[in-house]
Design a protein around this ligand. Structure first.
Ligand SMILES: C[S@@+](CC[C@H](N)C(=O)[O-])C[C@H]1O[C@@H](n2cnc3c(N)ncnc32)[C@H](O)[C@@H]1O
Length: 209
């Protein structure tokens, strides 16, 4: 089995430039936990591999995951990102602008994920990344299945939730919601999935064409 040292090696293997470092500093200032470099690189890789032009994200934070995603997307692609906190999105805008992305490359929508997702276009997204309220992961999955196009990807961060998901003694609301989503994804014949133990865990599912 892979040891903690090997997992840390894989995580640290990804270097981040000054724009990602600055976005992490902004995240510290507002006490948001961004995606780790390993899972960030995985998002970028996946967006690139499917030629993503349209990506939706719930949980903008200060733009760490958004910047990884934008870097994997097509040069004319658009990231739509939703967050409850306008201040987080102000900082994310700083992140994307400083990294050289024109305003038309990202659409930031302030609001609750479950209020905004029903207004987004059916099958309008190549990839949907979920990193908002963990308790809402099941409802995010319902919405993401509608938003993603056939062949597109649905990804959840924190799929291992601080080692709690693997521990059956942990029964808090977040852990339970994440466990249920993992099971639903595994049981759904429309999806092909993998649970990648990078960072805090990345659950990725493809809606079969
Ligand atoms: C873990 S942080 C996101 C980090 C970001 N994805 C990154 O890697 O840089 C979670 C974010 O989700 C937002 N959030 C929490 N509950 C939400 C909800 N119900 N709808 C939308 N955003 C939510 C928080 O304000 C916070 O910015």
């Amino acid at each position: 089995m892979t040891t903690a040292a090997s997992l840390a090696f894989a995580e640290d293997h990804q270097s981040e430039d000054e724009h990602l470092v600055a976005a992490r500093r902004r995240a510290d200032e507002v006490e948001v936990t961004p995606i780790g470099p390993g899972a960030g690189a995985a998002l970028s890789f996946l967006a690139s591999a499917i030629g993503a032009k349209s990506v939706a994200e719930i949980g903008t934070g200060t733009g760490v995951s958004g910047l990884w995603l934008l870097r994997g997307m097509q040069p004319d692609g658009t990231l739509t990102s939703v967050d409850l906190e306008a201040e987080h999105q102000r900082l994310a805008r700083e992140t994307f602008t400083a990294a050289g992305y024109a305003p038309q490359r990202f659409r930031l929508i302030a609001g609750a994920g479950l209020d905004v997702m029903p207004r987004l276009t059916d099958a309008g997204y190549d990839m949907v990344f979920l990193d908002g309220d963990k308790v809402e992961y099941g409802e995010y999955l319902d919405q993401a299945l509608r938003l993603v196009r056939p062949g597109g990807l649905i990804a959840f961060d924190n799929a291992l939730w601080h080692d709690r998901v693997a521990d059956p003694a942990q029964r808090d609301a977040e852990t339970t919601a994440i466990r249920e989503v993992i099971q639903r994804v595994a049981d759904d014949d429309r999806l092909r999935s993998m649970l990648v133990p990078l960072g805090d865990g990345l659950l990725v599912a493809q809606l079969l064409p």
